[in-house]
Design a protein around this ligand. Structure first.
Ligand SMILES: Cc1ncc(COP(=O)(O)O)c(C=O)c1O
Length: 417
């Protein structure tokens, strides 16, 4: 008799467009920071669905909010007002600064809205160009791949949408030199996620703000992956600029969000600072499913839990502990782990360039082969590029789960040393 694993694999092979490189796991359910495959095997999920499962799996607050709101109103369209959308916008603004919010369904869609806003902003002066960073990631739509500073996402989809150019990250002089008369905005991630977990320096953030002020450009921040309390603050720039002179005055003009906001229920959003908050007037932008009462009720409930349980502090402190433990492994096994980067619960560890004992097809990336070993040892983590592994755990990760994660990683690293 065929097992469930083979059956599901076959359903995908026959029916699902093969656009993803999937790992050989068929997952069926989860609880807290653990998930189970169809054979009942348990895995510690330190990937968090790529920074999405902010409260882990099967959290009661989420399932109850979904159930309660679905009994009242799931969707009515944005032709009408609903309370949860208005309340959620107000809550998000409270964590940033005066402005307004638009709701979407995904990170790419949130960024699309910001690209449109940048074009509207520059339109009457003939400015439309958005500069983004080398190694950035901004989504898989046509504008998203044009904005993303990685060739691999663009290949085969030419001609690439005009209006985007890439600048080296953390290089202020390069940003200034790249400006053209048509530049309208600069977009960056506070911590590059897909690009390998690289935080912006405080000088870069402050310098970009000054440059954008001087040249009348919008400073857009993509907070889709690194945002939502993951670094210990609501947005990563707030964490990066802690205690930095002048840092308290820093504000981008717009921020995109998604992923953790809905804990797994799809919701995205972008915040626009007060002076530009009404640029997208009636009829200029829309999304059928953007900000449904159901999505917003779930997001409101998650915010409540994050606050009540001080999960930003948890991400900050337990993240520091994870990073410290990984640094210990890097010091003990430098031929396996080269270095460790990140803030709070967005952590990357870079593998040494050629790990001789790493099994698997050498044609596959080292990071993917390392993840295979972690899976075999009972842990989910996310590759970022060829040599970096990412940990993006639930914000409510427990100390014992973090310790389990380090023990598993150490067991894998030891075998490769
Ligand atoms: C920084 C960043 N921006 C945008 C996106 C795209 O988000 P989505 O996959 O929800 O469209 C991602 C996804 O990984 C991301 O990490």
């Amino acid at each position: 008799m065929r097992n469930q694993f083979e059956t599901v694999r076959e359903l995908y092979a026959k029916n699902v467009i093969p656009s993803y490189g999937r790992f050989d796991l068929v997952l069926s359910h989860g609880v807290g920071s653990h998930v189970f495959d169809v054979s009942g095997r348990r895995y510690l999920d330190l990937g968090g669905g790529i920074a999405v499962c902010s409260l882990g799996h099967a959290h009661r607050a989420i399932t109850e909010a979904l159930a309660e709101q679905s009994k009242k109103l799931i969707h009515v369209s944005n032709l009408y007002f609903t309370e949860p959308q208005g309340r959620l916008a107000a809550e998000l603004i409270q964590h940033i600064a005066p402005g307004k919010v638009f709701f979407s369904n995904s990170g790419a869609e949130a960024n699309e809205g910001l690209f449109k806003l940048a074009r509207k902003f520059g339109h009457d002066e003939g400015r439309f160009e958005v500069l983004t960073a080398v190694n950035s990631f901004h989504g898989r739509t046509l504008a998203g791949i044009a904005a993303t500073g990685q060739d691999k996402v663009k290949k085969g989809f030419e001609p690439i949408m005009p209006g985007f150019r890439h600048i080296p990250y953390n290089d202020l002089a390069a940003a200034r030199a790249a400006l053209s008369p048509t530049t309208a905005a600069i977009m960056i991630e506070g911590v590059q996620g897909e690009g390998g977990v690289t935080p912006a320096t405080p000088e870069y953030l402050l310098g970009l703000r000054a440059l954008c002020d001087e040249k009348k450009l919008l400073l857009l921040m993509d907070g889709v992956q690194d945002g939502y309390f993951r670094t210990g603050q609501f947005q990563s720039f707030q964490r990066i600029l802690e205690g930095v002179p002048g840092g308290e005055k820093f504000l981008p003009d717009c921020i995109s969000m998604a992923k953790s906001l809905g804990g797994g229920f799809p919701i995205g959003a972008f915040w626009v600072r007060a002076p530009y908050q009404d640029l997208l007037g009636p009829g200029t932008h829309a999304s059928t499913f953007g900000g449904t009462p159901l999505a917003c009720a779930v997001a409101l409930k998650i915010l409540e839990v994050v606050r009540a349980e001080k999960l930003a502090d948890n991400a900050r402190h337990l993240g520091a502990w994870l990073k410290q433990e990984l640094a210990r492994l890097a010091a003990s096994y430098p031929h396996v782990i080269k270095n460790v980067r990140g803030l709070g619960f967005i952590i990357g560890f870079e593998l040494a360039p050629d790990i001789a004992k790493l099994p698997g097809d050498p044609a596959r990336l080292q990071s993917a082969r390392f993840v295979d070993l972690l899976h075999a040892a009972g842990l989910l983590a996310i590759p970022a590029g060829a040599n970096v592994l990412r940990l993006l755990p639930p914000l409510n990760l427990r100390r014992e789960d973090a310790a389990e994660g380090i023990a598993i990683i150490e067991s894998v690293v030891k075998k490769l040393a």
